[in-house]
Design a protein. Sequence first.
Length: 393
Amino acid sequence: MVLEGAVRRSPAVRWTTGYFLLFVCLGLDIAILGPTLSSLAGQTGAGLSQMGLLFLLGSAGGVLGTALSGPVFDRWNGHAVLGGAQLLAAALIALVPAAPAFWVLAALMAVKGVAQGLVNTGANILLTWTHRERSGPYMNALHFFFGLGAVLAPFLVARLTGIPAGYRLAYWGLSAFAGLVGLSVLAQRACPQPRHDRAMAARAPGPSPWPLVTLAALFLFFYVGAEISFGGWVYTYARRLGLASEAGAAYLSSAFWLAFTGGRLASIPVSTRAAPQRVLLAAATGCLLAILAVLLRAGSAGVLWGATLLLGFCMGPIWPTGFTLASRSVALTGRMSAVVILGDAFGCMVLPSALGKVIESTGPRSMIFLIGTSLVLNLLALGGMLWVRARRR
């Protein structure tokens, strides 16, 4: 009986493992940009404000990929789409450290963003369809593996700092790993499918799900803007204020993603016992306390390190727990899931890309004010979700 159960579960195990590996690659890819911005600027002869556009263009591609993902995953084999998108991303990653000019680098980032949007949205959708109502812990685990990749990326860059053109080796190593993961996903022909009764329930008469879906998208918009902004620009923030050396700033960025990963790991068992709204309120409070500490002691390297660790740990559970809260509040179809995750894609685009110009024009301290504002708006969006959820009940 145990063997028969293991055989029946084996497709879900293989699928879930593939999604986890995709998110390791996604975390590596997103987090490697911040510590290599200076190297890529020197490679292409671009200024810091121009490099900030890379966040914008990559996220614009992510928006397009996410917008396409709803109908794509509803109609086509999800594993074929995921594997193909991952192989495209792997090829583009390999070309990044060879880009001779900024416009070439910008084009690579934009197209790679489309592939990232398909991978990000598709893995979330297919994981939800695989585990259904029990997807909460798996969703937290999926995003834990994103955090794991994000931890390894700046650490890898820091270790290669002393090697000539070491950042190129980091990109090429990531490209090779991402390509292998893409091939493994592409080899899985079977794919989870949406359950028809959930789709029919979403179309049944009753309260419209779209107000909550819209608020969930705004929730992710403000949260992801704060997360990617801090993870991508804390290296520059520490260097501009003289709070860390080049290697020390890379380790600070890695420490943020390490604490972020620890928060997601801790949220896996917590998600089986605590209601999502309780986890989210506790995490939001911790994030705001960390930002307040940096604002009050902007010149202290010790406070920056402590606040970075607290902020990363508290940010860790927010994305997967927020998505789980939305999926428990309404029956999310592929189209609705894509709309919610569009908030993520736009969040990656707006604040992170604006910070380059803001830091150059007003100084690095403005970064903390903007991230704090985004976190406050994230908390307000959460309040709106809970209010609409209560009215629907």
